[in-house]
Design a protein around this ligand. Structure first.
Ligand SMILES: [Zn+2]
Length: 348
């Protein structure tokens, strides 16, 4: 297989395991929903707001966008548009984060949020070749008690048959000044419910690899979101590689949102892959960076020196990082391999 050309990165079939639905809202939808929510944005084009100098400065804008989501239909709309937009750039399967802490604090009903997201996912799945499960993210800024409460309420929905798309929990938001180990009861409760577990760790400037170790050893996670600080701890890196614990890496986000690197040329993704880590490439919050999944692959090719063929291999490898069962993984792999084999061969 040899692949190249302007559209090959869209053409590579992909899983995406690190994408926040609230960070995928089309700018035009943000404007419309903000107006309807009664607090129009301070600018006409939300893209003018999308400038960040740290993870925490990003979170302030992220919350501004989240506040526009009020009804079940709003959640359905953003999930639907997110998947349709993703499918146009090769997305075939996503385990998608939603972070309801702020909405629950404002009085929204978790069952309605999950129902809305499910409506949107199911509508998209009938229109485009994509499938999607949900991962409920704990917002670390709201503290461990709110995290446990969220997991308990997900449990209520599961028992009532109202959360069939929710397959896991994670934890996101701010990393500095947060005692990650304090979230152990929430993660233990998630485990008892049979939910899969992942966690953002080792992302923010100033965050070393300690949170990665805590996430694995104290929270019992099966996957690490970001985890780029792992390159600072060779022993931990060797362990995570040998245990096959996946890392969901978001290269452009680490430059644009976390400001951890000045450019993709500094990003450790190539070193992580060379060291045998199981990594996937993800967009994190694509609409808030003018990004899409095909563009992310193209940016990694240009900025980190990967060939399109090696990125297609990485995309197929990423299926192992999903929480699909073995037969579903095998079916998806056969599908991906067929698509990749048919990608355009360059003339020259
Ligand atoms: Zn994230």
């Amino acid at each position: 297989m040899a692949v190249t050309g302007p559209d090959v990165y869209d053409g590579i079939p992909k899983v995406e395991l690190h994408c926040h639905v609230e960070g995928t809202v089309r700018p035009s939808t943000v404007v419309e929903l903000a107006r309807r929510a009664g607090h129009p944005l301070p600018v006409d084009d939300p893209r003018q707001l999308y400038r960040y100098d740290s993870l925490d400065s990003f979170l302030a804008i992220f919350w501004l966008v989240q506040e526009t989501l009020l009804t079940r239909d709003d959640w359905a709309r953003i999930a639907y548009e997110s998947l349709v937009d993703g499918a146009a750039h090769g997305l075939r399967y996503r385990e998608m984060f939603f972070t309801p802490a702020r909405h629950l604090a404002a009085g929204q009903d978790l069952g309605e949020i999950v129902a809305g997201l499910t409506d949107g996912i199911e509508a998209a799945e009938t229109e485009v070749p994509v499938r999607c499960a949900l991962v409920a993210d704990i917002d670390k800024a709201y503290g461990p008690a709110a995290g446990l409460e969220l997991v308990d309420r997900i449990g209520d929905l599961l028992r009532g048959g109202r959360a069939r798309r929710v397959i896991g929990v994670g934890a996101d938001s701010t990393e500095l000044g947060v005692d990650l180990a304090a979230f152990a009861p929430a993660f233990a409760a998630a485990g008892r419910l049979g939910l899969r577990r992942t966690c953002h760790a080792g992302e923010a400037v100033g965050a070393g690899p300690e949170n990665i170790r805590i996430a694995i050893d104290v929270l019992g996670v099966e996957r690490i979101d970001h985890g780029i600080a792992i390159v600072e701890d060779p022993a931990l890196l060797r362990r995570v590689a040998s245990e096959g614990i996946p890392l969901t890496v978001c290269p452009t986000s680490n430059v644009v949102i976390a400001n951890r690197y000045a450019s993709l040329a500094e990003h450790p993704l190539p070193a992580m892959r060379d060291a045998g880590l199981l990594v996937t490439i993800n967009t994190d919050d694509p609409a808030m960076m003018g990004l899409d999944l095909g563009a992310e692959y193209r940016a990694v090719a240009d900025g980190c020196g990967f060939t399109a063929a090696s990125l297609a291999e990485l995309a197929i490898d990423g299926i192992r990082s999903t929480w699909l069962d073995a037969s579903e993984q095998a079916a998806l792999r056969a599908d991906f391999e067929g698509v990749v084999a048919g990608l355009p061969v360059p003339e020259a």
